[in-house]
Ligand binder design. Structure first.
Ligand code: NAP
Length: 308
């Protein structure tokens, strides 16, 4: 079977760190081109300043991976679908819920694959955590996602703009795991969003969710963390405590701890290839819906200005 010719759109941090190595490591794909206004991709791969330029002047491509900030993703995805290309959306899949729904119906109409990727769902501990929880009764859960924004997002102005999500940019990764492993649906009850006086997006958030059986899920997000960083989900059940740490990589059950190899982006590209070969889409918006609800129902507090 011929490899799927794919172009990366948006040659930034995640494209360089994860997408290019994952595509190079998967024989179902060949990297046909890169697109980015300023930064080039690997030596020898045709590069274009815009998707329009690639479409007019570049090699044929079957698929695009959109690794841009979310605010520009819809226009790029709509253009790619209009040309019959399959589309891999980095997380979050869009800047609004309605634009993702519009893309999904467009993809169905043109018979192309739309994949809203959630890389944290492919972290090593997540699938076994989901299987273990499926057999248990959840009593409560805690999500603690505290990191230093200056270390992880230096100079990323888009992340502080409307649609950039602020601290929910990493927080949505936790929600992509929680919506995948917790057996019952859950929804927001209260939220406080702390927004720096000079920014449009929150630097911290404290949220209480409740599931359909009444169990409480508390989420603590903070970008002002220095020292040890936390990307932990702790679930209390009728059979003891489950802990996912290091963003889902390490799973601790009452019987012990499992460390497994990181396969997030290889897992995402294997899934994208399967979806394309099977003529299907996967555009789960559940994590983005919970974030949207936090903005819809959360209480906003202005806090000290933030400077990079
Ligand atoms: P980034 O370093 O700021 O890179 C984004 C790139 O998008 C920029 O380099 C920019 O290219 C390019 N771009 C902007 N507008 C474009 C357009 N209209 N057409 C083509 N390219 C355009 O951001 P990032 O950290 O890689 O994050 C990108 C997305 O991946 C975000 O949604 C983020 O949530 C997600 N993500 C990031 C990480 C991470 O660890 N950083 C992890 C997982 C997922 P130029 O520089 O050439 O102008």
């Amino acid at each position: 079977m011929d490899p799927i010719r794919i172009a990366i759109v948006g040659v930034g941090k995640i494209a360089r760190d994860q997408h290019i190595p994952a595509i190079n490591g998967n024989s179902a794909f060949s990297l046909a081109a890169t697109v980015s206004p300023h930064h080039h991709g690997p030596e020898g791969i045709p590069h274009f300043a815009s998707l329009e330029d690639l479409i007019e002047n570049g090699p044929a491509v079957d698929a695009v991976a959109l690794c841009t900030p979310p605010q520009v993703r819809y226009d790029l995805a709509a253009l790619a679908l209009a040309k019959g290309m399959h589309v891999f959306l980095e997380k979050p899949p869009g800047a609004t819920l309605a634009e993702v729904a519009a893309l999904e119906s467009r993809a169905n109409k043109v018979g192309a694959t739309l994949f809203a990727s959630w890389h944290s769902r492919f972290a090593a501990g997540v699938a076994p955590a989901r299987a273990w929880l499926a057999e248990r009764t959840v009593k409560s859960a805690k999500i603690i996602w505290r990191e230093d924004v200056r270390v992880w997002h230096p100079g990323q102005a888009w992340i502080w703009e409307p649609g950039g999500l602020g601290v929910f940019d990493p927080g949505i990764n936790a929600l992509s795991i929680a919506t995948h492993i917790l057996p019952r649906p859950f929804f927001l009850r209260t939220a406080t969003l702390e927004i720096p006086a000079n920014r449009a997006a929150p630097i911290a958030a404290d949220i209480e969710f409740r599931d359909t059986a009444g169990a409480t899920i508390h989420m603590d997000l903070d970008w002002r963390q220095t020292g040890p960083q936390s990307w932990d989900i702790i679930v209390e059940t009728d059979a003891g405590t489950l802990k996912l740490s290091q963003g889902g990589a390490v799973l601790t059950l009452p019987t012990g701890t499992e460390h497994n190899e990181d396969m997030e982006y290889p897992g995402l590209y294997a899934r994208f290839a399967n979806l394309i070969r099977g003529g299907r889409s996967d555009a789960d918006i559940a994590p983005l819906r919970l974030v949207a609800d936090a903005f819809l129902r959360g209480n906003r507090q202005t806090v000290e200005a933030f400077h990079d």
